[in-house]
Design a protein. Sequence first.
Length: 618
Amino acid sequence: MIDGWIILTAALTYVSFLFAVAYIGDRRMSLRRSERGRPIIYALSLAVYCTSWTFFGSVGLAAKSGFDFIPVYLGAIIMIGIGWPLLQRIVRLAKAQNITSIADFIAARYGKSQALASIVTIIAVAGTIPYIALQLKAVSASVTTMLGQSNVAFAHGMQAVPIGDIAFAIAMALAAFAVLFGTRHIDATEHQEGLMLAIATESVVKILAFLTVGIFVTFWMFDGLGDLWRQASERPEIRDLISREFNGGTWLTITFLSLVCIILLPRQFHVAVVENNSRHEIRRAMWLFPIYLILINIFVVPIAVAGMLTFPNGVVDADMFVLALPLSAGANGVTMFAFLGGLSAATAMVIVASVALAIMVCNDLIVPFLLRRRFMAISERDEMAEMGPLLLNIRRAAIFAIVALAYLFHRTIAAPHALASIGLLSFAAIAQFAPAFFGGLVWRGATARGAIAGILVGFAIWAYTMLLPWFMGTGWVSETILQSGPFGIGLLRPQVLFNMEFDPITHGVLWSLIFNISAFVTVSMMRPPSPIERMQANVFVQNDFPVTPAPAIRLWRSSITVEDLTRTAARYVGTERAQRSFAEHAESRRIALVPHAEADLQFLRFTEHLLASAIGAA
């Protein structure tokens, strides 16, 4: 066991270390040195995919179902290692449209539909909150494991008062970190070099920590792999677990989820697309990222087997074998390093996810609401008031709200569930974007109405078949619904829909995507695309994409001047940035910047492109 105050001090010291790393990264950017080593930083930042689910949950899943943890990484390896041309295509589109988030991308494809952007944002938040809760649960469980039984009073004290709960303390520290280094600029497409360097650093820490534990357990606690397998073969339950046949349906389902979610998860879209600088970074990541995933999983099965041998009969939660094994051997140094590795896995995910979601909430929910309700000042005196500070404050508030909701989910709903099951629940929710996202890249006839219908129907089926069973036993929903279906209709039982029985994850994903795709295709075919939808489809579906902003739908002449456009843009991106950008645009066209001259179509398009960086393309 390790004293609780030492754990708390180490955790907060580590978070402070991340602050320092992020500060150094921002200083490098200000000194124009950020390009050095950027491809490696980019590849390592993609490893934000490896969260507490990887660090703790993979071992727990392996102890329960053998090699079923592999598909979680197999799909990601296929997408980045083999499907990198698709990622490159998505990045080119995002840069051309000045896209800031996954909601922005989907909405931009379908005629810059604000309604679609709002729906994607709401579902992204709902789907990601369980994933953030997973990280907080892992941090809380790891602390409880390290405290040991003799520190029960300390543990109970931490759990009794929220301010003393280390999960709460870490959650608030991470929210503060995300605010300080993820909301420094109103331009959401401007690269957060400090944040990226901190995430890359955490990726290094967590893989070194996991490899250290794996080597210690395999070669120190046991005499190598041979000794480990020999002892495992003497235990029938472990031998049967390792030699069990693969569940083809589960493997296909989870491989598909990881294949699409490596792009569609808000945090993954942010680091892979928004933070991308060049094609060279993707070329580096296509081999470095798969190697990273292989290395961080190479000791999963040995640690799981060692845990089952050391702690029979479920004495220790399998999710915590990574900590419990070195702790039982008295290796406090290895245990503390493992704790910091798990903390790295959790903090990286929470920080990037909260920043990405906050941008979406601000651009696609709050700002449109404010504009519609005319909360903005419209008097001549206030027209020049900059909106940038307000937008940044909205994003900061959104970060704290999202992390707080995840904490509540952790305390109320997620507690009895394994880490892997929480992660798969989140993956299945985000996968509802897949038909609209990938279908929109190949089918010109897809419409915003179809995308909205598909996502809403798919999400509803996901909530009914996968989320609803989680509420059973909480007193919020009657368990008779699971057993007999609503109103006694057996065909509508959530986990055996239409009397089709699969394992829970395959069942939920299969039915939600069937309904999703059916609604997407059917509604899209009911009405032809609007002119702006056809225009955007031509940009997204064709093979050779323009690197300039897509044409705007407004093609009429007006009396708007260049000064009007500059003043409008300045309210959102700042006066200095707006003036500099317009001057550079005029210089690139080799024309004089005359403030009172009538703005032509190219100036209108440029202004739209500039505003998209602050408030989203939709």
